[in-house]
Design a protein around this ligand. Structure first.
Ligand code: BG6
Length: 403
């Protein structure tokens, strides 16, 4: 239904009117969702089921958008290089987990192209005087397509002449209807209030969008495209291998179910998954958890560290490994227990943490895909140990359609 409509539903069907009694004709739309998707499928919680669906969700999201290690969105986005050359800046606008998905996208796009990007939460974007105009590509990310702040931010950008695009999980949602172009994340209905599989689908689509934009701008070197697309194609199997280690992750989580709070730290591409991991823990276990760029700890937060405040450190074996290790050592010196999300084969990390969650190697740009799944499970098993209502956490809604 559109705003200001009335529907009369009977066994003959459905008739739509406006408030003046004028009948509205509607086109029917096929939603490729089945009823079975909304059952728990034998899992104790929808959230756990949806965490386990992520390998298939990534594979499904890639379908039809990559071929022989190259990306092609031309059948969804009728964009020309001339159009794209006119978009001098990119705005990513979203809320909650979707905002963290855009932060992943921005960091990956920085690596693969020459972009001027800003990521803003919608409730800020719509009330600040941010320069927006025809030179702006404004991308709105919302799994529900109904979040009020994101909807109003999209209306603002559209009114200011920006080129608008929505990335959403719900075809025909309000934002999808109002924004002229959209990319659908085919994650299926997400019942758990805390987003998991839709985040994974969002970062998959946004990575493809970044590669596609960079290619149309002639900024993308073919080797980079092939390297990253090939690695994306391997992500489903890598996520499945992490799920095979679920019991190890559960054991680490149960060691910390009584903590009074957590820090999550990471550098570069490890920072957005740290933010998402902290949010998951807050949402479903009601424990305080704060994410910080690892290099920022010494500028204040480190004052909070002691033996009762564990630090979850995302420390992939990449060019920032030594820097992150030094932040881990700072935390150890304040007696904080360390939980490390590290790369398989990292033989040194054991010197810094007794609670290591090993993750499979991937291309540096795709570490967020690998890091976020263990953190979802970490939050899930702590919440479960604490007896929280995981699928329907207190005070939260699946979609906030009011300000
Ligand atoms: C919150 C949800 O209400 O809205 C979060 O609890 C979600 O999980 C956020 O990330 C944004 O929702 P959406 O639908 O705009 O992605």
């Amino acid at each position: 239904m559109d705003d200001d409509e009335i529907a009369m539903i009977s066994k003959e069907g459905c008739i739509f009117y406006d408030f003046d009694g004028n009948r509205h004709e509607k086109e029917s739309m096929h939603l490729d969702w089945e009823a079975a998707m909304t059952s728990r499928g034998g899992y104790p919680h929808f959230m756990l089921k949806e965490i386990h669906e992520q390998p298939d969700v990534v594979a499904h999201t890639l379908l039809g958008r990559v071929a022989s290690n190259s990306v092609d969105l031309s059948h969804e986005l009728a964009w020309t290089p001339e159009q794209i050359s006119g978009w001098k800046k990119i705005h990513f606008v979203a809320c909650g987990t979707s905002h963290y998905a855009t932060m992943v996208a921005a960091r990956i796009m920085e690596e693969v192209g020459n972009f001027e990007i800003r990521t803003e939460v919608a409730s800020e974007y719509r009330y600040r005087n941010i320069p927006i105009g025809p030179d702006t590509l404004a991308v709105f990310v919302s799994q529900s397509g109904e979040t009020a702040d994101t909807l109003h931010a999209a209306r603002l950008a559209k009114a200011k002449g920006a080129k608008c695009l929505v990335v959403t999980n719900v075809r025909g949602s309000t934002i999808h209807r109002e924004v002229e172009e959209g990319l659908i994340t085919p994650a299926g209905p997400e019942i758990g209030v805390a987003a998991t599989k839709t985040f994974m689908a969002q970062i998959t689509v946004l990575t493809l969008l970044g590669l596609y934009l960079s290619k149309l701008k002639n900024d993308l070197c073919p080797e980079t495209e092939q390297r990253i697309v090939a690695a994306l194609m391997d992500i489903p199997a890598k996520l499945a291998s992490i799920l095979d280690r679920e019991k190890e992750i559960e054991a680490v989580a149960r060691n910390f179910a009584d903590a009074r709070g957590f820090f999550f730290i990471g550098r570069g591409l490890a920072y957005p998954p740290a933010l998402e991991g902290a949010l998951k823990l807050k949402e479903i276990s009601y424990l305080h958890a704060e994410a910080y760029p690892a290099g920022e700890m010494k500028h204040g937060p480190i004052a909070l560290l002691d033996k009762d405040l564990p630090v979850v450190a995302l420390v992939p074996k990449n060019d920032l490994w030594e820097k992150t290790i030094s932040n881990i050592e700072e935390s150890m010196a304040r007696n904080s227990p360390i939980i490390a999300v590290a790369t398989e084969g990292d033989s040194d990390i054991g010197h810094y943490s007794k609670n290591v969650i090993f993750t499979p190697e991937t291309e540096p740009e795709l570490f967020p895909f690998i890091a976020v799944l263990p953190l979802q499970l970490f939050a899930y098993y702590i919440a479960r140990q604490r007896g929280c209502d995981i699928d329907m956490p207190r005070n939260l809604a699946k979609s906030v359609t009011v300000e």
